[in-house]
Design a binder for this molecule. Structure first.
Ligand code: NI
Length: 191
């Protein structure tokens, strides 16, 4: 496995729509090895997720995993999930304000409005169908990663630029209040 280099904001690869895969392509050793690299790179960088375009591969694959994460100590845990060709459908009209960061946008966080309930349809890495409803903070993580496959970054969706902050200023000024809101959402919707 190889730790890949992570593309940074300004690189055109982050602004392309990722190409969908056929099941035959997904099954090749090249793509399976790439998925191993994507997971390894996410873990090495302490990401909560990573999308293929962020490691210079414009294909519709992303992974998500939240365990004990020093970048996001308040995030509910999510087991390792690989999504291939994911499609998100928003359920209902309730949203929440999610403080997001991104491995491709160094040292910046900002508030993004996200749907609190979504349905995700995708394949897993073996090509099996995934069809799940996801709620809460984890739904925000899914939306952030799938946005990468559409050429969109979280900063495109920050409605109030006054919420932008460095990671140090987030910890100093916003983390305690945001962590309190996260705990409320987790208590209410379960993740
Ligand atoms: Ni990101």
């Amino acid at each position: 496995m190889t730790i890949r280099k992570i593309a940074q904001i300004g690189n055109p690869i982050l602004r392309q729509s990722a190409g969908k895969l056929l099941r035959e392509e997904l099954a090749t050793p090249e793509v399976q090895n790439f998925i191993d690299d994507l997971i390894e790179t996410m873990r090495d960088a302490n990401g909560a997720g990573l999308a293929a375009p962020q490691v210079y591969e414009p294909v519709a694959i992303c992974c998500i995993e939240v365990d004990e994460n020093p970048r996001y100590p308040y995030k509910p845990k999510v087991p390792l999930t690989v999504l291939v060709n994911p499609e998100i459908e928003v359920l209902g009209d309730e949203t929440f304000e999610n403080y997001e960061g991104c491995l491709s946008v160094p040292n910046l966080r900002g508030l993004v409005s996200r749907a609190i309930r979504i349905r995700v349809r995708a394949w897993d890495r073996e090509g099996n169908d995934i069809d799940e409803e996801i709620a809460g903070i984890t739904a925000g993580t899914y939306q952030h990663e799938v946005d990468h496959l559409l050429g969109s970054l979280f900063i495109d969706k920050v409605s109030d630029p006054c919420t932008l902050c460095t990671w140090t200023e987030f910890q100093r000024n916003h983390e305690a209040e945001f962590a309190r809101r996260v705990r409320e959402i987790v208590a209410r919707v379960g993740s």
